[in-house]
Design a protein. Structure first.
Ligand code: ATR
Length: 277
């Protein structure tokens, strides 16, 4: 029987996941479909029941359901449990639902694909301490990045993540700006990438070292104000597009046991999103 998958969220129109997974099914000659489903917070319980009844093999979960979906699942992967957030649901052979979070590992793969692994022991600055930042901090720790500092407007939120990780340190945005030359890799994970105006930058990058690597997790726009400023300082930049494609590829692998072609997808989506890095 034809398999089918979905992404549930509110809003959902902007999601590139249906285009990406459908292209992979075609490329790999897999008889399956992937559809966007607009599910409001009030309808989450009925939507999960419907997805089960109608035989979805799995689905992605996006804002605002990543945490709210957890009570409806039978089992959680270790990283999803630590993050308290799920972006991928797999219906197992037994018919039970298992939740994964592929965002953080997707980010690490994208970073390593872009710049290799030579920076694993170097000082890393994560900027932001929201849901996305939490996922990336835990995934980086799990993948062997040990020298992590988290900077955030509300230092207590960064400290909470550091306490849970058991390593690293939490600092303010001002301190991060002052100590910028200490860090080899910066990852921008606040809502600033999406913003315009005064909050478009969490802080100035004037003190950035030449040769630093600067990543943003936002992929639309591809060149966030933070990345533009980093590029102007001579940094190597990593857009959020690779993270998006790899989180989808890891979900795909959980569902179908094969890893799709991420390189050609990054090129295709880059063209759709307006060009070069
Ligand atoms: P997400 O799930 O995308 O990570 P979130 O959980 O709402 O979103 O987190 C947003 C992040 O952006 C937080 O680090 C937040 O800082 P606080 O913990 O201090 O709230 C940061 N952020 C949002 N607006 C900001 C602003 N105007 N200035 C600085 N940081 C901001």
């Amino acid at each position: 029987m034809k398999k089918w998958f979905a992404v549930i969220g509110d809003p959902i129109e902007h999601s590139k996941s249906p285009t990406m997974h459908t292209a992979w099914f075609e490329e790999m000659a897999i008889d399956a479909a992937y559809i966007p489903l607009h599910v409001s917070a009030d309808n989450l319980a009925t939507a999960v029941t419907a997805l089960k009844t109608l035989g979805a093999s799995g689905w992605n979960v996006t804002i605002p359901h990543k945490t709210a979906i957890i009570p409806f699942l039978d089992e959680l992967d270790e990283l999803a449990e630590k993050m308290g957030a799920v972006n991928t649901v797999v219906r197992t052979a037994m018919g039970t639902l298992k939740g994964y979070n592929t965002d953080g590992v997707g980010f690490v793969r994208s970073l390593e694909e872009a710049v290799g692994t030579a920076h694993k022991d170097k000082p890393i600055l994560l900027i932001g301490a929201g849901g996305a930042a939490r996922g990336i901090a835990f995934a980086m720790q799990q993948q062997g990045y040990m020298n992590i500092t988290i900077a955030n407007r509300t230092v207590a939120n960064a400290q909470a993540i550091v306490d849970e990780m058991g390593v690293g340190c939490a600092i303010s945005l001002t301190e991060a700006e002052e100590r910028l030359a200490d860090f080899a890799v910066l990852v921008q994970m606040t809502s600033a990438g999406l913003a315009t105006g005064s909050f478009a930058m969490p802080f100035s990058l004037e003190r950035l070292t030449k040769g630093a690597i600067v990543a943003d997790i936002v992929y639309n726009p591809l060149m966030t104000p933070f990345l533009q400023a980093a590029k102007a300082q001579g940094a190597t930049i990593v857009t959020g597009l690779g993270m998006f494609v790899h989180q989808g590829a890891i979900a795909f692998e959980h569902w179908l046991g094969r890893y799709p072609n991420t390189n050609s997808m990054i090129v295709q989506l880059q063209a759709q999103l307006g060009g070069q890095e």
